[in-house]
Design a protein around this ligand. Structure first.
Ligand code: SAH
Ligand code: SF4
Ligand code: F3S
Length: 440
């Protein structure tokens, strides 16, 4: 009998990529993936620990596995990813029905550990942060039906921003060899992928410690020449490591899309310092000016935290002024969330929940207006769209993204999935654009 596995993925693009890697490993070993948790023989929960809420969501799903296990005593359940790393074997104590705890650096052992659990019915944890990054035989056909994919180029983070748990749960920064990345990109293109997003916590510091190896711009240049790869994106960039060489690539690269996600976190120099971010407000503004000069029309998105310890009303207003001044196309904003082990735990001036919520609401309201006006500015322009498939709403509409990463829906009765088409933007909304196909 073929065994069915189910994976639930929380968190960022790194976790999505990790879940895809585990699925491919398991499919290669003869397992089959199911979308139905009830039918599964193996349930894996890939978790995120970045904020308390994310962690609570994962823990609540893990709690609900108890009754499935009672119904099916042979069910195997595993917790993977950042909460697994953070809580470790305590999870085994807390949830007596869990069989496997697997840290983000250890995901490539998934098939071996499952075999061991099945054979010996023992409970296993694998949490070695120094574990070598390995590759695995790819699974032909896995990406069928998709036109975009992530490709991991680095793991871990050495920045230790004072609010962030990621360096503790993903370990030290490690770059994958360029040849492996290029091989994987070629494989993805052979599987029908047209757009690749390179991912890492801080892609600008790719190979930064070894001068003999290609830098991040060098890697982008090599990937740019892969035929059939229409679009290249990357995330995340850290402002302190954004080089002139990388900015210049936006002027010349064929496949590189005109979008930069550059998390700023705060508009106040005091807070940026307390966060250990390594740049000032002015330095950030200067980077954006240079990007816009090099590639007019480039889309800029960012992340912002409100209510960091010690954030005064004036600091918060500095953040509001910054979003007005820059005019981000989109902003992901969060209330500061206390995490185990982070340096900010020791900082004075903690902000109450109500005040954090008040600041978040004001900031988000302000940004909504900016996003809408940016989207409206695109009305009447011609844009290239990579068609991803039918739009969510249906109505004979297709959906895709501009090179600037804006979601566009347009009516068409044809199957254009995977095709690059030109459209005219008819209307800009809050979260998407409506367009019509341009003939020819
Ligand atoms: N490596 C990326 C992403 C880190 S996590 C980067 O450096 O930008 C994604 C976002 O979560 C961060 O940019 C930050 O805005 C937010 N974040 C991280 N830790 C947080 C915390 N403790 N509370 C609230 N938001 C947090
Ligand atoms: Fe976290 Fe900072 Fe590393 Fe990003 S750069 S993962 S915010 S420590
Ligand atoms: Fe969450 Fe881990 Fe990503 S903490 S944001 S899943 S690196």
């Amino acid at each position: 009998m073929t065994e069915l596995f189910y994976i639930k993925t929380f968190g960022c693009q790194m976790n999505k990529h990790d879940s895809d890697s585990m699925s491919q490993i398991l499919i290669n070993q003869g397992y089959r993936q199911t979308e139905s948790i009830k039918d599964a023989h193996i349930i894996l929960v890939n978790t995120c620990a970045v904020r308390e809420k994310a962690e609570e969501k994962a823990l609540s799903l893990i709690g609900r596995l108890s009754h499935l296990r009672t119904k099916k005593p042979n069910l195997i359940t595993g917790v993977i990813g950042c909460v697994a790393q953070e809580r470790g074997v305590n999870l085994l104590k807390h949830f007596p029905y869990l069989d496997l705890i697997l840290g983000p650096r250890n995901i490539y052992q998934i098939d071996k550990l499952l075999s061991q659990i099945k054979k010996e019915r023992e409970r296993i944890s694998s949490l070695d942060l120094a574990c070598e990054l390995t590759s695995f035989p790819k699974c032909n056909g896995y990406f069928k039906g998709r036109v975009t994919s992530f490709l991991k180029i680095m793991e871990g983070c050495d920045n230790f921003c004072t609010y962030c748990i990621v360096p503790f749960v993903r370990g030290r920064e490690t770059s994958l060899p360029a040849e492996k990345i290029i091989d994987e990109a070629k494989h993805l293109v052979s599987q029908g992928i047209k757009e690749i997003t390179l991912i890492g916590q801080n892609v600008n510091s790719y190979n930064v410690r070894d001068k003999a190896l290609p830098t991040f711009p060098g890697l982008l240049n090599e990937l740019d020449s892969i035929s059939g790869l229409e679009r290249l994106r990357f995330t995340t960039s850290h402002p302190k490591n954004l080089s002139d060489e990388l900015i210049d690539l936006f002027a010349g690269s064929k496949s590189l899309c005109a979008h930069m996600h550059l998390p700023v976190q705060s508009g106040s120099n005091n807070i940026l310092k307390l966060m250990s971010r390594g740049y000032t407000r002015d330095k950030y503004i200067d980077l954006i000016e240079r990007l816009r000069k090099t590639r007019p029309g480039i889309t800029i998105t960012s992340d912002m935290i409100v209510g960091f310890p010690g954030e005064t009303e004036k600091d918060f207003e500095d953040s509001l002024r910054l979003i007005d001044e820059i005019g981000f196309d989109n902003l992901f904003s969060f209330k500061y969330s206390e995490r185990p082990g982070i340096k900010a735990l020791e900082l004075p001036g903690k902000i109450g929940e109500n005040e954090k919520q008040r600041r978040l609401s004001i900031l988000q309201e302000r940004q909504r207006g900016i996003t809408l006006s940016k989207n409206r500015l695109l009305e009447g322009t011609i844009q290239e769209i990579l068609v991803e498939g039918p739009a969510k709403r249906g109505d004979n509409q297709l959906t895709g993204r501009t090179r600037g990463d804006k979601v566009v829906n347009f009516p068409s009765a044809n199957n254009l999935k995977g095709r690059l088409v030109m459209v005219r933007i008819v209307k800009g909304f809050q979260n998407s654009l409506l367009a019509e196909l341009v003939d020819g």
